[in-house]
Ligand binder design. Structure first.
Ligand code: G1P
Length: 302
């Protein structure tokens, strides 16, 4: 069995949910604390044993390439000033070897993955979506690779979501289950509310066999008039069986504002310098809000 050594990170999306912040800056460069979201994703891939990463970019994404490049002047200045701790952080992002390809038209996630087919060739590979950051003891992608190595089949990372959330995700209609690994009757992309076959949602982590490109190459349009990765996975599932794996770890949705803010707060609460001042700050904000509500309740001006 061939090993999984390559990964695709699709990063061509327009980032409309964060406009105007993403007008001149890729959404993948928005930071959680002091690190761009895409760096969390790249680090997960590397910690999972991936050696070659291709980022599928689009217009206006140059900052991603610059971020993972060597910044000579900056490094020199930091070195001269003796700021070695920061220097080490800066170097961490330039030590990785990334490849880039452009998705020339916004035709959907399936199309973005298809754009990287020549880089992948005839090997199994991982896909990591930038809107999901996963904090886990064993990196999420590594967990999926382990399942792939055990079964020889494509494995899709899933977790439970609330009933009111299923329409935002690719959803799995699960079959037989052994531990956290499910056989799948059907994968369906963003089913309308109330019509989801389960609460098991695809969480932006995939290990796929290269046969997926046969289906992506059909360029069939799915939900939202886009070429959907989930639809190709369903076809692959009918052909050779694809597993869903309910991975261990906390998944953060950084692709929308509330999730992004909650992630920032959670990460800050786990940072030893920020934890206590942040807790005091939140307490003060909450007290202010409560006082406001009391005044409003009394019909007084705020
Ligand atoms: C994509 C996938 C969807 C998956 C989701 C996870 O949707 O198409 O199947 O559940 O990522 O974040 P998007 O959020 O890009 O619309």
């Amino acid at each position: 069995m061939k090993k999984v050594t390559k990964a695709i990170i699709p990063a061509a999306g327009l980032g409309t949910r964060f406009l105007p912040a993403t007008k001149a800056m890729p959404k993948e460069m928005l930071p959680i604390l002091d690190k761009p979201t895409i760096q969390y994703i790249v680090e997960e891939a590397i910690e999972s044993g991936v050696e070659d990463i291709i980022v599928v970019t689009g217009k206006g994404k140059r900052a991603i390439e610059d971020h993972f490049d060597i910044a000579f002047e900056l490094e020199h200045t930091l070195e001269a000033k003796g700021k070695f701790e920061i220097l080490e952080k800066v170097r961490k992002s330039s030590n990785v070897n990334l490849h880039y390809i452009r998705q020339k038209e916004p035709k959907g996630l399936g199309h973005a993955v298809w754009c990287a087919r020549n880089f992948i060739g005839n090997e199994p590979f991982a896909v990591l979506l930038g809107d999901d950051i996963v904090e886990a003891d064993v990196p999420c992608t590594k967990q999926l690779i382990e399942q792939y190595e055990r079964t020889g089949r494509s494995v899709i990372g899933v977790q439970m979501v609330g009933v009111d959330q299923t329409h935002r995700y690719g959803i799995v209609d699960p079959g037989e289950r052994v531990d956290n690994l499910y056989e799948v009757n059907r994968f369906v992309e963003k089913p309308p509310q109330g019509q989801a076959p389960s609460n098991l949602a695809i969480m932006g982590r995939y290990v796929l066999t290269p046969d997926i490109f046969d289906y992506l190459g059909q360029h069939e349009l799915g939900a939202g008039g886009e070429i959907q990765l989930t639809d190709a996975i369903q076809k692959l599932n009918m052909d050779q069986g694809v597993y869903a794996f309910d991975f261990q770890g906390i998944r953060y949705d950084v692709g929308e504002k509330l999730g992004f803010i909650m992630t920032t707060i959670d990460f800050a609460l786990r940072n030893k310098e920020l934890r206590h001042p942040l807790m005091t700050g939140i307490e003060e904000l909450m007290e202010r809000e409560l006082r406001k509500q009391i005044l409003v309740g009394r019909g007084e001006k705020v």
